[in-house]
Every structure is written in C-alpha cells, then in structure tokens.
Ligand binder design. Structure first.
Ligand code: P6P
Length: 334
C-alpha cells in the first residue's frame, strides 16, 4: 500500500514490531490517544456553538484560569487512558498531583506512564485560534505490581518511548514519534479516520522564521536580545520573519514544516521561563530531535535535564538545528 492512503491504524500495526518492547501495549496506547483526540476534536470544533467557552471558574496549579475546554480535554484523555488498562499512571498540567491507575486485576501490571498537556494554548480557545494536546510516554521504572511513584514521572526526556501532539487547526492532525522518525496523520472528520499525510517529517536545517513573544523583550537575558537583533538585521538571508501564534503546538508545527526557531526564554519576570519540562518541552524536544531539529534550554539539551518536580518550568529553544545553535552561541557569549 502506498503511504498516501495509509490509515493511522494500519501504520501502527505495520510499525509496532519496530518498537523493541512491542507487546502491542504501545500500539494500544497510541490507539487510546487517537480515540481521545477524536473526542476532544469534536468538542473543540463546536466550542463556539455550545456553552463551553470561557473559564470553568477554577484555576489550575499553574495559577492559570482553567478554560472549560481544558477541563473537558483533561477529563476525556484521563478517562480514555484509564479505561484501556495499559497505563499505570498519568500526570497532567491540569492535575496538581499524578494519578495512580489500578488495573482491574488490582496488581498494577501496566508498564507505561503518560504525561499530558490536555489543551495547550487554551487562552486562544475563545478567539478561535489553533490549540493542541501534547503527550509524553515513558515505561515505569518502579517495579511492576506496585503503585507508581513520583519517580516514574521524573525521568529525563531521553527516556521517553513515545511523544506527540494533536493540533486542532484548519485541519486536525496527530503527529508522533516512537523513536523512529516523526509522522503526521490528518483526520478526515467525515469518517473519523486519521490518514498518513506527512510521512517522515523533518525540520529544514535552517529557516527564516523566529517565534518569540517580543512583548517580553526588555525582560530577556542579553543573549536573547542579541539573537533577536541578529534575526532582524539586514544581512545575508536576514531579516527573518517573526511569527508567534501563542500556541506552542501551532508554532512548532509551522516551524517544522517551513523551518524556524521557537523560543520561550527565561526572563526577569519568569526566572525559569513559562513552559513545563515534563509535558511540553520534553515531548516537543523528542519530536524535534527525531525530525533532525534541536531543543535546548539555551545551554544544554532539554532531554538531558533531570526533572525534580512534576510541574517544573525550563527555558525552551527549539527548531531548526542551525538556528538553535546560533541562538545558543549568543547565549554563551552574553
Ligand atoms: P505567552 C500557551 O499558554 C503556552 O503554554 C504555549 O502554548 C505558548 O507558546 C505560550 O504559552 C504563550 O505564552 O506568555 O507568550 O502568552
């Protein structure tokens, strides 16, 4: 069968032998995420029509207003993953602590933990701008047969076995990796099937787009200021174009296709930046590296960082390898 009309289901079956732990569990896990993505997509696409816009009246551990769709997406992913008895634990941006899942037989035989940002960029929901779900999957490290502990979630990104995102944009796409490259699947909403539309996605080695919230410019470290001025300078293939959607998944996806760099640096008002290491930076870093790109905190590889807290934040520079390296050069020289 040619790639062009392969479904996600067929792709998973064809490639599950590639995955060295493959007992079909990871395939079942990706399938569970596929189902949850369709359910959330349905809600996101009609958000403007039913009363689920606006905030749920609560704030999450990040101190951010929880949008109703945040809460719904969180519930749908947790419920879908729980029901399939593949996962022994879940951590979510919307949950203060991790969730331990006892399988039906109550002896914790499941091997995987999943970390999710159920609806990233949710502040864009009410203005009809693309949002996304980000997921990161690890094998547990504490003994099977025991309840998961925080240790199972605080693993460096290089230990991920799979990662990906769903982007609810002009079309809905599921983009993921299991360590054998990055593949993108587009949902045909008429029949609820994801088709392989972007096989073997790769970051162009360099690009002309830089994505950063320049409203924070005066608070940035000198190295970031110098890199932004470099991007804007009339020289060689510059000035670059500034594109910033305010939705990590959307900026990342565009930059992976066209070439570019996304930055969320630390600043005098956000000492560690804003993005969370475990369920935003690590999964996007895994995808970036699998797509021949790069992801760092400005100095070190994101996936080498040893996490210490579930919701910890790190500065994030991610995208075309040569652009990230140039930004790191300015950071090192400042
Ligand atoms: P700012 C969304 O809240 C998010 O986590 C990313 O998706 C996005 O890139 C960033 O924060 C936007 O943050 O401070 O520029 O509005």
């Amino acid at each position: 069968m040619t790639n062009k009309n392969k479904t996600l289901g067929e792709f998973i079956i064809e490639n599950q032998t590639e995955f060295r732990y493959s007992t079909g569990e990871l395939s079942k896990l990706i399938n569970a995420i596929r189902l949850a993505a369709k359910v959330v997509n349905h809600e996101v696409n009609k958000a403007g029509l039913v009363d689920i816009l606006g905030t749920a009246g609560d704030t999450n551990i990040q101190g951010e207003n929880q949008q109703k769709l945040d809460v719904l997406a969180n519930e749908k992913f947790i419920q879908t993953l729980k029901n399939r008895e593949i996962v022994c634990g879940i951590a979510s941006e919307e949950e203060d602590d991790f969730i331990s899942i006892n399988s039906q037989d109550e002896n914790h035989q499941n091997k995987y933990v999943v970390l999710i940002d159920p609806l990233d960029g949710s502040s864009n929901i009410d203005v009809n701008v693309s949002v996304g779900t980000i997921f990161s999957i690890y094998r547990r490290i504490t003994p099977v047969g025991t309840p998961v502990t925080l240790e199972d979630f605080l693993q460096p990104g290089k230990k991920q076995v799979a990662a990906g995102y769903i982007i609810y944009g002009t079309s809905t796409m599921l983009v993921y990796t299991t360590g054998h490259g990055v593949n993108g699947f587009t949902l045909n909403p008429a029949i609820g099937t994801f088709y392989l539309s972007h096989p073997n996605m790769q970051f162009p080695e360099t690009g002309k787009i830089y994505s950063v919230n320049e409203g924070n410019y005066i608070h940035f470290p000198q190295g970031v200021k110098d890199y932004i001025k470099y991007c804007q300078k009339e020289e060689g293939d510059r000035p670059y174009t500034s594109r910033y959607i305010g939705s990590l998944v959307s900026d990342f996806h565009r930059n992976m296709i066209k070439g570019g760099i996304y930055m969320y640096p630390k600043s005098s008002v956000a000492q560690k930046g804003k993005l969370r290491l475990l369920y935003e930076c690590n999964p996007m870093a895994f995808l970036a590296e699998q797509a021949n790109g790069k992801a760092s905190d400005g100095f070190q590889r994101i996936m080498e960082i040893q996490p210490t807290e579930l919701h910890e934040r790190v500065p994030f520079f991610c995208g075309s390898k040569k652009m990230v390296e140039k930004a790191e050069e300015f950071m090192a020289n400042s």
